[in-house]
Design a protein around this ligand. Structure first.
Ligand SMILES: Cc1ncc(COP(=O)(O)O)c(C=O)c1O
Length: 395
């Protein structure tokens, strides 16, 4: 018998698996080119050539016993962490050192490690709907309670009044994700400043430390020159979780890092706890080859123009067909209003045209659907006539 906790998790994850299997089933019947699968956030732009070059060079140059061994510190190689700190300092004017950086098994690994380090059972973690559904599971892993702030469907910036009201003496952390999955919205500097003010005020009121966890796997995927504020500059108790999954198209390689600034309350203990959490959650250390590879590729980025063309084509195409959606400024998702209240019904209708969408209720925002446009340009061009037929059903 599996645990009660896992029974729920398995039941929930079968919906995602069902979607994946549906994509494969339809591709088997109609041919992959006739299936328009917008359900997965798996980058389809290959990693920059520099990544392959770095892998070869690292394999040729490094001592294999050291390269493939456990790292001395669970936080990762000292030289890699120093280089990451240095590159952040150059980009954002911060003052990080290697001790502030812990290499992680992607953003997911980083979030689990920091939540393990921070949460006591019953502690509350707040986040803003719509949000990446895995947050609920990650918080649940450490017996925390996820508290949602309802979605602001006007512009998908966080609802700060409701946020302020819902902070309690038990609020331990707040997770923000900007650029956002599933909306593609970038939280404005004004929003961040106001959020920081509220957090300062509430820390004083309750005499607690509230950590702002900035989950930023999409930081480099920002369009039209939009600024993505670096949150440690606005609020001292900020912890950043970064990932190379999307910025270098390496989701399977599982590499990212956490930043725990010296300014964060109790930072020394948190850094130690994160080290131990990395070990005892069974990660032990982030993949060693990939640590060295990202060190060599700190200035590299994925080809953002590819996603940008998809964004423009899909956004304009759907808008012309009468669909409603905010133009995303980042990430590679479009969050479209369902023409009927029950968006799951809309997802079912889309399937008749071999279009696969994710219902907004998976992101705590029913009435919307998410389209991941990290697909080939042809998929978008060929899907638009199908969307036209789908739209006609709702006239
Ligand atoms: C908002 C958000 N956070 C975290 C993750 C996990 O990313 P990683 O592959 O780095 O673990 C994802 C993946 O899609 C995501 O969308």
């Amino acid at each position: 018998m599996i645990s009660k906790k896992m029974e729920n998790m398995v039941a929930n994850s079968s919906a995602i698996r069902a979607m994946f299997e549906e994509g494969n089933r339809l591709a088997g019947i109609y041919g992959a080119e006739n299936v328009f699968d917008f359900s997965l956030g798996n980058p389809n732009v290959p990693a920059p050539k520099a990544v392959k070059d770095a892998i070869i060079e690292v394999l040729n140059e490094e001592n294999p016993v050291v390269l493939h061994g456990y790292t001395n510190s669970n936080a990762g190689y000292e030289d890699v962490r120093a280089a990451v700190a240095q590159s952040l300092n150059e980009r954002f004017g911060t003052k990080f050192a290697s001790r502030n950086i812990t290499m992680t098994v992607g953003a997911a690994g980083g979030l689990n490690v920091i939540l393990k380090a921070l949460l006591n059972p019953g502690d509350e973690v707040m986040t803003f709907a719509p949000y990446f559904g895995e947050y609920r599971s990650y918080v649940n892993n450490y017996d925390g309670v996820l508290v949602e702030v309802s979605p602001n469907t006007e512009d998908f910036q966080p609802k700060l009044d409701e946020f302020k009201e819902k902070i309690t003496a038990k609020t331990r952390a707040v997770i923000v994700n900007t650029p956002n999955n599933p909306t593609g919205v970038v939280y404005s500097e004004d929003t961040i400043k106001k959020m920081a003010e509220i957090l300062e005020e509430k820390q004083k009121e309750f005499g607690t430390d509230i950590y702002l966890i900035s989950d930023e796997p999409y930081r480099e995927l920002a369009y039209d020159g939009v600024e993505v504020p670096y949150l440690t500059k606005y609020y001292a108790n900020t912890i950043v979780g970064y990932s190379y999954s999307k910025s270098l198209s390496l989701p399977g390689e599982r590499i990212g890092y956490l930043v725990i600034p010296d300014e964060a309350a109790d930072s020394e203990n948190i850094i130690s706890a994160v080290n131990v959490a990395t070990r005892i959650l069974g990660f032990v250390n982030a993949p060693t080859l990939q640590q060295k590879v990202v060190k060599a590729c700190l200035r590299e980025k994925t080809d953002i123009s590819y996603y940008d063309r998809n964004r423009e084509t899909l956004y304009n195409g759907l808008k012309d067909l009468g669909f409603t959606c905010i133009k995303p400024e980042g990430a590679f998702y479009l969050f479209v209003k369902s023409p009927v209240e029950d968006e799951k019904e809309f997802c079912q209708a889309a399937k008749k045209y071999n279009i696969l969408l994710v219902p907004g209720s998976s992101f705590a925002c029913p009435g919307y659907v998410r389209l991941a446009y990290c697909v080939s340009y042809e998929t978008i061009v060929n899907a638009l006539p199908k969307f036209k037929e789908l739209a006609a059903e709702y006239r």
